[in-house]
Design a binder for this molecule. Structure first.
Ligand code: ADP
Length: 445
């Protein structure tokens, strides 16, 4: 939009005073934005809060995409909203560009300079608007989006309203960065899955993308983890009371990202698992018990995790790290797809040279028509009930591959009633092959 305007917030002193005045609002916003898990809802919530805090008529959030802007969300209860997905070119003389370059809130009026670069249909939705405020959203020094609010009445924005918009933008930026990455990942995956229907060689591409994505994400995550543990360990002094809650949100989210990136890395390496696995002979009962123990922190108070395994060892020759991860995937699914809690039962029995591990839950269950898709790479089955549950559709694919390369399998067992039951089979060996003590070797996580 080719609009010009004046700069608000002159000098660092003003900025610091405004910031401390708005810390209360900022912390409240961080809490309320963190509570929204649905990406589309978060965008709506941020734009609506920006409109509310600045007494505006319209709010628009747009992603910065190279030299283009893409509308992510619009809140305009009484006017014609800008359609989500609309694009327009970013030009250096535009007020948006000035706000992005300066990294600060800018104000202006649509009346000063006519709109440029917008299609006639898009320009029409701006008819009747007067004053506006634009705040850039930045994460780690990079502009990811702009938040723009405007009024139909002729009333200039005050410095306090400018500060409020800046606070909304600052509080929303990390969450929206997550939304943005999610959308980009989703777009990339959609593109990949369309390709998969046309060419078999895309399997190779998926592995490369996984490898690349997980590798690229790992480095910034390591830095983030390092700083978080320094802060938590008191390296920068005592954590101020208002930040204690924020720290726990940061740690939770980072832990989720860690486990996602680890899953991606391991799934990318599934092709590296030898066709015939030659691992050590260990007690499968102990491997199962350890997998359940590892997942206890993932369960809520309303879940109960039960393990039923024979008292005597069930010896099996395993690539222990991968089998443990496969079991953790299935148990983790049983927990996360039972959002209302309930019993998660892990039962091991040995019969005729095979070990059978059944993991059952009382959760959302899986519709018969969706069953084929489960074990494919990126095969997520999205329903209204589970769309808020995070995942990338690699766990079951990986777990079945691992079981098969051990000479076993992983299947979804038909059961009556609610919930799901998965069964993994693995060949057992003679008890005499079990190394002394029978305890599995420690697994690096
Ligand atoms: P992710 O959980 O990351 O989506 P998975 O490969 O582990 O990927 O699972 C694939 C899909 O199978 C999930 O998206 C979910 O729809 C479904 N699913 C897996 N386990 C369960 C379960 N225990 N209960 C209900 N649905 C499940």
């Amino acid at each position: 939009m080719g609009i010009q305007g004046e700069r608000l917030g002159k000098g660092a002193t003003y900025a610091r005073a405004a910031q401390s005045a708005d810390d209360g609002l900022g912390l409240r916003l961080i809490d309320s934005f963190a509570a929204v898990s649905d990406p589309a809802e978060l965008v709506c919530e941020v734009v609506a809060r920006a409109v509310l805090e600045t007494r505006s008529d319209r709010g628009v959030l747009s992603w910065v995409d190279g030299d283009e802007m893409i509308v992510a969300g619009c809140h305009d209860p009484f006017g014609e909203p800008v359609p989500v997905g609309s694009r327009w070119p970013l030009q250096p003389d535009q007020l948006v560009a000035v706000a992005l370059a300066g990294g600060r809130v800018e104000t202006g009026s649509y009346q000063d300079v006519p709109l440029t670069g917008l299609s006639p249909a898009l320009a029409e939705t701006y008819r009747g608007l007067h004053n506006l405020l634009i705040a850039p959203l930045r994460v780690a020094g990079q502009a990811i989006a702009v938040l723009c609010v405007s009024r139909r009445r002729v009333e200039a924005y005050t410095a306090a309203e400018s500060t409020a918009l800046e606070t909304v933008a600052r509080a929303a930026a990390p969450g929206l960065q997550g939304v943005r990455l999610g959308l980009q990942l989703h777009d990339a995956l959609t593109e990949l899955s369309q390709l998969a229907q046309r060419t078999a060689s895309v399997e190779r591409v998926k592995t490369d993308v996984l490898r690349l994505a997980s590798h690229e994400l790992r480095t910034p995550l390591t830095v983030l983890n390092g700083y978080l543990s320094l802060v938590q360990g008191g390296f920068f002094g005592e954590i101020p009371e208002p930040l204690v809650g924020v720290m726990s949100i940061l740690q939770r989210r980072t832990a989720e990202m860690n486990s996602l990136v680890n899953d991606m890395l391991v799934a990318a390496r599934v092709e590296d698992v030898p066709e015939v696995v030659d691992g050590e002979v260990v007690d499968l009962g102990e491997v199962l018990r350890r997998a359940v123990r590892d997942l206890l922190p993932r369960a809520s108070e309303s879940h109960s995790l039960l393990v039923e395994a024979p008292a005597q060892p069930v010896p099996a020759r395993l690539d222990q790290e991968r089998v443990s991860l496969a079991l953790r995937n299935i148990i983790d699914n049983a927990i996360k797809y039972s959002p209302g809690g309930g019993e998660v039962r892990c039962r091991l029995r040995a019969e005729s040279g095979m070990a059978h591990i059944r993991i059952s839950d009382r959760g959302l269950g899986i519709a018969p028509e969706d069953r084929d898709k489960l074990f494919t790479r990126f095969g997520r089955v999205l329903t209204a009930a589970n769309s808020h549950i995070p995942g990338i559709g690699l766990g079951l694919y990986f777990s079945r591959e691992v079981a098969r390369r051990h000479g076993g399998d992983l299947v979804l067992v038909d059961i009556e009633g609610g919930g799901s039951v998965f069964e993994m089979t693995l060949p057992t060996t003679a008890a005499s092959e079990l190394r002394r003590g029978g305890a599995p070797a420690p697994i690096e996580s």
